[in-house]
Design a protein around this ligand. Structure first.
Ligand code: PMV
Length: 328
């Protein structure tokens, strides 16, 4: 039995669109921060009661992609026997909180350990499950350059102990997946080319702001990048609208916070949740104000987090089916 955990990540400059290269490569560069405490667990063991793989989410979810990934990973890693795999997370899944990033990073780590290949570069494998999963293989601030498939850490978590406050506005999975959303945007949005053209400057500015730990430089770049991603997606046909009324209400509250002297900045992924960045000194005030916005069901507090880990036991939050409780 192998257990591995990995953290989700928040893209400060977002990946939205795939290149024509094989292997689920991105069309644009992205820069993320790995999120401490938003964690997935992958449990992997040899399957002895059948000769096919069994892959499951806990609580249950659609398994087609997961099963395809396990089969492909076994081939790449040279695992000959069938596997029994379960993945579970300590935060809402499929709701725009990068649960696929942490899930596929944890699973990649566990499968590599099962194959005795823990030290190898696993980014291509993680990426084939979910593009953003390759960034969750590294700690702290991470850059993913398209084409070459390069994933590099640009700064460790301790470089900048920012506070990330996630305002959850809807717990349910989103109606349109990132994969389908990207495909639809790239093929139908008249704004897609402009989105790609703007990427190098957003990357340069965000990289520099992270290097200098300058939130008042990073924040505006992060906000405009998120809004441009959504503007591009809104231009798709049919349009992609990932926001809830409370999403916009949080955006306005963050702007008011800034006006009242609390530097805080928002980002929104392909879902209705809002991630708010601030320095730790302002975190309580920001959390109080954002948490009081009608429609915000709960807050999750995070900060720059670590790379995936192998574990001797599942963490206490893990909700696993009874068959996994025997710790075989
Ligand atoms: O990795 P995917 O296929 O779940 O897509 C992630 C897309 C965004 O979260 C919206 C942006 C990003 O770079 O993480």
């Amino acid at each position: 039995m192998i257990w591995a955990t990995a953290n989700a990540n928040l893209a400060l400059v977002k990946y939205w669109g795939k290149s024509s290269l094989p292997g689920n490569q991105a069309a644009n560069a992205s820069l993320s921060v790995t999120l401490d405490g938003l964690t997935s667990l992958a449990a992997v063991r040899r399957r002895r009661d059948a000769d096919t793989d069994r892959a499951a989410w806990s609580p249950p979810g659609p398994v087609e992609e997961l099963t395809r990934f396990v089969g492909q990973a076994r081939t790449i890693l040279g695992i000959r026997h069938p596997l029994d795999v379960t993945v579970t997370s300590n935060f809402p899944v499929g709701a725009g909180l990068a649960s696929s990033a942490s899930a596929y990073a944890a699973l990649t780590t566990a499968l590599a350990a099962a194959a005795g290949r823990s030290g190898t570069d696993l980014s291509a494998l993680a990426r084939s499950g979910s593009g953003s999963a390759c960034r969750s293989l590294l700690a702290g601030f991470v850059e993913w350059q398209p084409g070459a498939g390069e994933v590099t850490q640009i700064a460790p978590p301790a470089h900048w102990p920012l506070c990330v406050i996630v305002a959850v506005t809807r717990e349910k999975p989103k109606a349109v997946s990132s994969r389908e959303g990207m495909r639809r945007t790239a093929t139908t949005s008249p704004f897609y080319d402009a989105w790609l053209t703007a990427n190098p400057e957003d990357m340069r500015a965000a990289r520099e702001a992270v290097r200098c730990r300058d939130l008042d430089s990073l924040g505006p770049v992060m906000e405009r990048n998120a809004l441009r991603m959504h503007a591009t997606a809104l231009g798709a046909d049919p349009p992609l609208l990932y926001w809830e009324p409370a999403t916009l209400a949080v955006v306005h509250e963050v702007r008011r916070l800034r006006e009242s002297g609390a530097p805080a900045y928002f980002s929104i992924d392909a879902g209705p949740q809002v991630k708010v960045l601030c320095e730790p000194a302002h975190a309580d005030r920001v959390a109080d104000r954002v948490g009081a916005v009608p429609g915000v069901s709960r807050l999750i507090r995070s900060r720059p987090g670590d790379a995936p880990r192998l574990a001797a036991h599942p963490p206490s939050w893990a909700q696993l089916p009874p068959t996994w409780e025997s710790r075989q």
